[in-house]
Design a protein around this ligand. Structure first.
Ligand code: SF4
Ligand code: SF4
Length: 706
């Protein structure tokens, strides 16, 4: 056993003279193709904040281990997850084994004896698992045909290539073992399981040892040409295979920012420089958005989780990403050429220095870069406006791709450049602009809800423990005022002195930003930050996850980083934990909890609301199937709350059916949009008698000592 080893290029005397030049050619083609791709992606806008590179590297190592090697995200979907796991490890181990053998031959001889046998067995078994993975993939893709997968020739090519490379590798080994003098591992052939099985088969079908020796170089040549050909094919086509490289690059370069934070840009500067607002042509997107399109594996996980797609709207996040990829492939090269030409014009045409008595010559101005528009041709307005910004696609994507950011860029273009948006969206944006709130038609003022309570605006009394950022709905809308009142009652019972901004509070800007009106959002943000600064606010509690997200994650982009923001679910939880709040009243009900997207997926707050509900005497929590990270949106985010839902089933009704299906008496939530969407859905279903929607603050208030 001690001498067992394998001779690289056994029976192929010219092997090194064939493999290494061909491999070098493949590497050169690959490097050239990568450079061309880099130049194509570089047509995207710059200015993506990159943050600290050391933090990026550390983060990448962590994600690489957890989500790359261990497939944590991919395994959320067990069956396709297993398929990918087998193929991924099969390809990776084969690649490492090839490199290890080369090192063993030319650098450091270590593959002999037991080490060699164990490595051989390991590689061969992993190869078999890769074949199992390919069989699962083919079964899924071509027999089961789930809706989220679309089949292109490149998918079949990828599966066939991997399978044939693995099988031809076994065949080469099999022919070697079937020959009269296979080398120093002949006695331990069974350790190279795949090759050994093939050698048995070869003998079984009557191929004698001399014929095996004769066939071996042909099989070897086929295997080598196919493997190197695969690299060249990937380089030339930049097709499905490229995600092996592009997905990790994409993960490494992903922006470090809270998920709930949309990209910001300097509107005035953009206008001054004649830059487009938002995106409607391929080069209007930033380079990271374009890189995303290459990282996409077309796995469709995002589409599966998208509430708009699920309820029959025309939106698919996967299609958005793929449409942009198609656009990049078709029109990107023309844009690249136009940019190169323009750069050449600028370089060459530096104005000649003015001579005495002569006016300086004018510099030549390059022609503006133009490409076909995307909105209305490749991507419809209905797709763009169907998005609820729920982030289910971001959560689902194993390659950390961001379809939501791309949708918002297109909304920005529609709203800021083209003044095109659904009529209801336009009305609400006008209301926010004119009146500073999103509750069109309200009869209340921002100070009415607390006029009978012992709450004062900070302008009148600054001695408050916390600022309760009430938000438009809880200040001005009938149903949500009950939530504000309940929260005030809970705070009073805990001895917490609330302060509010009252008339000084404006809409936080979430609907404006998500509907694409960045200009209005930035105005509101700056005004609100100024107000918070004036009052020296240190701690803010919100009952609205949209306000929570905006104040916590988005205002820091404009200097709003001097306070802490806490969701009322966390705040109430803390009061309970510190024994400042005791719940003794019984709420003898079965209830289910709906995760608001902006509390859950955007901010990772899943446990605090459940913790609070768990402390209410007699309340019994039953969970819905779609919960936590996989929670299903209420349909009201991204400005959809104010827009008509003309296409497909109502998202809120889909969700309320699920909630009623649990057998609960009521659905608890922690968001005024969810609350209102559900109240409407319950009415539409005629279920008011048996089912209700309540905010967590209302349930806690009900459980206060009588
Ligand atoms: S954010 Fe939500 S609604 Fe929008 S595309 Fe993603 S999953 Fe669909
Ligand atoms: S965006 Fe992500 S989840 Fe969606 S298809 Fe592409 S890789 Fe899959």
């Amino acid at each position: 056993m001690a001498e067992a080893s394998r001779e690289l290029f056994w029976n192929i005397p010219l092997g090194p003279w064939i493999v290494y030049p061909l491999a070098a050619i493949a590497v050169i083609i690959f490097a050239w193709a990568s450079y061309r791709r880099y130049r194509l992606i570089a047509i995207g806008k710059r200015g993506v904040p990159m943050g600290s590179w050391s933090q990026r590297i550390v983060n990448f190592i962590g994600v690489g281990i957890v989500d790359g090697f261990l497939h944590k995200r991919i395994f959320r979907d067990a069956y396709p997850g297993l398929m990918h796991f087998f193929i991924f490890w099969g390809c990776l181990v084969f690649l490492i084994a090839t490199a290890a053998e080369t090192i063993n031959k030319y650098v450091f001889h270590y593959l002999y004896g037991p080490t060699y046998l164990v490595v051989s067995a390991y590689v061969d078994i992993i190869g078999l698992l890769a074949l199992v993975g390919i069989a699962i993939a083919a079964w899924r893709r071509y027999i089961q045909r789930p809706k989220r997968l679309d089949n292109k020739p490149e998918d079949a090519i990828a599966l066939i290539l991997i399978a044939v490379i693995v099988i031809s590798g076994y065949l080469v080994e099999g022919l070697r073992f079937a020959s009269p003098d296979p080398g120093k591992d002949a006695a331990y052939a069974y350790w190279s399981t795949g090759g050994w099985v093939f050698s048995l088969f070869i003998s079984l079908i009557g191929i004698n040892p001399p014929l095996a020796v004769a066939l071996h170089p042909w099989a070897w040549g086929f295997h080598v040409l196919l493997s190197i050909g695969a690299v060249i094919y990937v380089s030339v086509t930049f097709s499905r295979f490229t995600h092996i490289l592009m997905s990790p690059i994409n993960v490494f370069l992903r922006p470090f920012k809270p998920r709930g934070q949309l990209d910001s840009f300097d509107i005035e500067k953009a206008i001054e420089k004649g830059e487009p607002l938002g995106a409607n042509q391929i080069h209007h997107f930033n380079w990271k958005h374009l890189l995303d399109t290459d990282g996409c594996t077309r796995c469709g996980r995002c589409q599966d989780q998208c509430p708009a797609n699920f309820t029959g709207k025309p939106l698919s996040p996967k299609k958005i990403v793929q449409d942009l990829r198609t656009e990049l492939n078709i029109n990107g090269p023309k844009v690249r050429a136009a940019m190169d030409k323009a750069a050449g014009v600028v370089k060459k045409a530096k104005p000649a220095p003015a001579t005495e008595g002569q006016a300086p010559a004018e510099a030549a101005t390059p022609e503006p870069i133009n490409a076909p528009t995307i909105i209305g041709s490749r991507i419809s307005e209905d797709e763009i406006w169907s998005c609820t910004t729920c982030a289910a696609c971001l959560e689902a994507c194993p390659a950390f791709i961001d379809p939501l950011g791309k949708i918002v860029e297109m909304r920005r273009n529609l709203v800021l450049e083209q003044t095109k948006m659904p009529e209801t969206a336009q009305t609400i944006l006008k209301c926010i602009e004119d009146r500073g709130h999103s509750c069109r038609g309200t009869l209340f003022s921002r100070t009415d809800w607390y006029s009978g309570l012992s709450i004062k605006a900070l302008a009148d009394d600054s001695r408050a423990d916390i600022l309760y950022w009430t938000g438009c709905a809880a200040s001005l809308e009938d149903r949500s005022i009950k939530v504000a009142t309940a929260f005030a009652k809970v705070a009073r019972a805990s001895g917490v002195k609330l302060g509010v901004l009252g008339a000084e509070e404006s809409c936080c800007g979430d609907p404006a930003r998500r509907m694409g009106n960045e200009y209005l959002f930035q105005m509101l943000a700056m005004k609100n930050i100024e107000t918070l600064k004036t009052h020296g606010v240190k701690t803010i509690v919100t009952t609205c996850p949209h306000c929570f997200n905006t104040l916590k994650n988005e205002y820091p982009q404009f200097g709003g980083d001097f306070y802490e923001v806490v969701s009322h679910t966390e705040f109430i939880g803390r009061l309970i934990d510190e024994s400042r709040l005791k719940l003794t009243g019984e709420v003898d009900k079965k209830l289910t909890y709906h995760d608001s997207c902006y509390l859950g997926r955007h901010n990772g707050i899943y446990l605090p609301p459940r913790h609070v509900l768990g402390t209410i005497p007699k309340a019994q929590l039953v969970e819905m199937k779609r919960r936590n990270q996989k929670g299903f949106c209420c349909g009201g985010g991204g400005g959809r709350f104010w827009m008509e839902e003309r296409i497909g089933k109502r998202i809120s009704e889909e969700r309320i059916e699920e909630a009623i299906g649990t057998g609960a008496d009521l659905v608890a939530t922690a968001c005024p949009y969810c609350l209102q969407m559900f109240e409407d859905a319950i009415k539409a279903k005629g279920a008011e008698e048996k089912f209700r929607a309540r905010d967590i603050a209302e349930l806690v208030a009900e459980a206060l000592p009588k």
